[in-house]
Ligand binder design. Structure first.
Ligand code: HDE
Length: 730
């Protein structure tokens, strides 16, 4: 891989500061090398321990055995307390145009510069070995190795958060993690403690809408948006500050899987997202995102009906459009999961000159947490020396020593000011790139409180719900019914219904119906139990204004990119006697469009086609499952379709694909297989292009027409509209 990726690396002139190049110094490749101990002694026998006679006891003297076992015993480090399960990749970022009017961050001012990045995607609640397909928020953390030091944009795939103040973070995480008495359930928010907490914390309402939406079930890490969540600052060379919200927009669009499908994938391939990212990069289908910014001038800080420092609020794109300012491409898989993906340490406080913080109280708390957590997780204060965390520019300061220090600092001084070393290392003037914090004016009393401008807890939750298409709304209703259905305490379910009723009465009524409950009347003032001991309840009462904006199209996934089949996985079901011409015509066209195509047969080995050709299937029905594919095609061939019709796994494959709203194509003869499915009788009798594109199922003997329509259908991703009217019991 290292060799292959060399082709994607920047030109040699840029390589001096390229992260891949810098990592090379630490890479150990054992090809052609001799086996040694950690101290370089060549090992003669690594298969037998040293014994007193060949049937005797092992000797304490065996330093080879002791070193090997001791190292093994210490192989595990604590997993991340949140975001433990993740996957990462290397890549590059390039800004489109000079942004120096807004920021002096050099990597955003030079369209010629290619900045190396390392990006880690994650789930939040599950342990390191948990499934990728949990209903959960996804982490989207980007480390930019800039010429002015590292900038970490540690975001999520949802633009808001559950809480408004960092002090509540441990409570939130304790509530969502498995319950402490029996450590269940793993990687799931569908249990009492989570909803007990949430139902008493109305500020979480907006985030709950996102977390219960299809955004929590991404089709791929490559098909997720990313958000910096907090409002940050851009500061230019003149010291002028503008507020900024960061966005990542995936060029493949934003797509999700169905909940039933997610649960199945968790069993069939718990590494689904990890594998998808890895495979795409190995195949050269490099994932890409555009970096977007929403800019709000200082003067407009108070112009909105919400507080821009409140992390439970978005700035709707209708009010402040997202400008796309650059592109990130992930083009190299890590060489070693532990050394890179596990040991990478992100920190929201790693900023470069030109980027600064605001007083968002969630951001402020994060500024403390991220260094602190690495001290325990990575074993001490020198985690910045781990190769993946090193900046591409030199590090010089008077910090010294600590566990596993690797830098060998020369000289007598480790303090400043010093005369002995001529004041080295020297401070840097702002004009020469020294970091200076934005001179924000502060005039305040010390107080434990929250601004009243943070108390509208529901209007943006409603805006989100109202902006969804009908199928998306149904998914939110289903998700809430599922999650609250798993909650045992009826009073928690009921309290949550009262919260939902503040968002949308119809939504609450639908969920209540599923739970067989009535919505209790709870006054706004009594919904919030997250209040200080001496506080007056009324001072902490939520507000619920109507909100000026009824709908924001950017919040729905309906309008996303739907014109490409790149990297989509298509299953072709075939058996002996398959019509090889039809199969290969469709397959060739799909591959040309950038899709990944697998032939799935009753068994591995070979299929003999109608024209006596040998075809090697990629998977059998034992190893494949429809939930691992985006679409399915059944070519004709009398014997093949007869076998598939009688093969329960093939029929199940199609039923499931239909249930999960995927595109299905079949040659004329293959109608025989479709007739054995649950959905065949639910399809309209009359076929027209219009019905095909609505239903997502095409049967045609005209291979050319079938191919082009099938490609159009796959690009649409899913046919969610058919989900409810055409429910089948697969
Ligand atoms: Fe994090 N978060 N977080 N978080 N977070 C961590 O740092 C924390 C928050 C996010 O791939 C931890 O290195 C606090 C918001 C990502 O390595 C820890 C608060 C957002 C990752 C931590 C938040 C995030 C983390 C655990 C509330 C989106 C994974 C391990 C004030 C903007 C990074 C670690 C990776 C990881 C603390 C809230 C994103 C404990 C205290 C909001 C993507 O430091």
């Amino acid at each position: 891989m290292a060799k292959k990726n060399a082709e994607n690396n920047p030109a040699p002139a840029q390589q001096e500061n390229d992260k891949t190049n810098k990592l090379e110094a630490f890479v150990a490749d054992s090809t052609g090398q001799k086996l040694t101990t950690n101290h370089g002694v060549k090992i003669n026998d690594d298969q037998n321990s040293l014994k007193a006679g060949d049937r005797g006891a092992t000797l304490l003297e065996d330093f080879i055995l002791r070193e090997k076992i001791t190292h093994f015993d210490h192989e595990r480090i604590p997993e991340r307390v949140v975001h433990a399960r993740g996957s990462a990749a290397h890549g590059v970022f390039k800004v489109y145009e000079d942004m120096s009017e807004l920021t002096r961050a050099a990597f955003l001012c030079d369209p010629g510069a290619e900045t190396p990045v390392f990006v880690r995607f994650s789930t939040v609640a599950g342990s390191r070995g948990s499934t990728d397909l949990a209903r959960d928020v996804r982490g989207f953390a980007v480390k930019f190795y800039t010429q002015e030091g590292n900038f970490d944009l540690v975001g999520n795939n949802m633009p808001v958060f559950f809480i408004q103040d960092a002090v509540k973070f441990p409570d939130l995480i304790h509530a969502v993690k498995p319950e402490p008495d029996n450590e269940m359930p793993q990687a799931a928010s569908a249990h009492d403690t989570f909803w007990d907490f949430i139902s008493q914390l109305p500020e979480s309402a907006h985030m709950i809408m996102w977390a219960m939406s299809d955004r929590a079930l991404p089709r791929s890490y490559r098909m997720m948006e990313g958000f910096g969540v907090h409002t940050f600052r851009f500061v230019n060379a003149e010291g002028v500050s503008n507020f900024v919200k960061f966005h990542w927009k995936p060029l493949l669009g934003v797509h999700a899987v169905a909940w039933d499908e997610a649960q199945n994938i968790s069993g069939k391939d718990p590494d689904f997202h990890r594998r998808d990212l890895w495979d795409a990069i190995e195949a050269g289908a490099f994932p890409e995102w555009e970096l977007g910014v929403q800019i709000v001038p200082e003067a407009d800080e108070f112009k909105f009906e919400f507080d821009i420092l409140d992390p439970t609020k978005i700035i709707p794109e209708e009010l402040v459009p997202v400008q796309r300012i650059g592109k990130m491409t992930l083009n190299r898989n890590p060489d070693n999961f532990f050394a890179e993906t596990e040991q990478v340490a992100f920190h929201v406080g790693h900023v470069v000159p030109g980027i600064d913080f605001t007083n968002d109280p969630l951001l402020q708390g994060r500024l403390f947490s991220y260094t602190d957590t690495q001290l325990i997780r990575l074993g001490g204060p020198n985690f910045h020396e781990i190769p993946i965390n090193r900046p591409v520019v030199p590090v010089h300061n008077n910090q010294r020593d600590g566990y596993m220090r690797q830098t060998i600092n020369r000289g007598k001084t480790s303090y400043g000011p010093n005369g002995i070393a001529n004041q080295d290392p020297q401070q840097v003037k702002a004009a020469d790139g020294g970091f200076v914090s934005y001179n924000e004016r502060i005039d305040a009393k010390k107080i434990r409180a929250r601004s009243r401008s943070f108390f509208d807890h529901f209007s943006q939750a409603r805006l989100f719900f109202n902006s969804q298409s009908d199928p998306e709304k149904n998914h939110i209703i289903d998700a809430l019914s599922f999650e609250l259905g798993k909650v045992k305490a009826v009073e928690i379910r009921e309290r949550m219904l009262a919260v939902l009723a503040q968002i949308d009465k119809g939504l609450a009524a639908e969920v209540a119906y599923g739970l067989g409950l009535h919505i209790p009347e709870i006054a706004l003032e009594d919904l919030n139990n997250s209040i200080p001991a001496d506080a007056d309840r009324a001072d902490y009462a939520s507000e619920n204004p109507e909100g000026n904006l009824a709908k924001s199209d950017a919040l729905s996934m309906v309008g996303t990119v739907k014109d490409t089949i790149k990297t989509r996985k298509i299953a072709i079901l075939a058996a002996d006697g398959v019509d090889e011409k039809a199969l290969s015509t469709v397959k060739t066209a799909l591959l040309a469009g950038g899709a990944v195509v697998h032939i799935i047969a009753p068994k591995l080995g070979e299929i003999i086609s109608k024209g006596d050709q040998k075809i090697v299937p990629d998977e059998s029905f034992l190893t494949a499952a429809s939930v691992l594919y985006d679409a399915v095609y059944v070519p004709g061939g009398a014997n093949s379709v007869a076998t598939l019709e009688a093969e329960a796994n093939a029929v199940h494959f199609l039923n499931e694909a239909f249930k999960h709203c995927k595109a299905i194509a079949a040659g004329d003869e293959a109608i025989q297989v479709l007739e054995s499915t649950y959905f065949h009788k639910k399809l309209p009798a009359e076929y027209s292009k219009e019905t095909v594109l609505r239903e997502g199922v095409i049967v045609s003997g005209d291979v050319k027409e079938l191919t082009s329509t099938f490609i159009e259908m796959i690009a649409l991703h899913r046919f969610w509209e058919r989900e409810n009217p055409r429910k089948i019991p697969a």
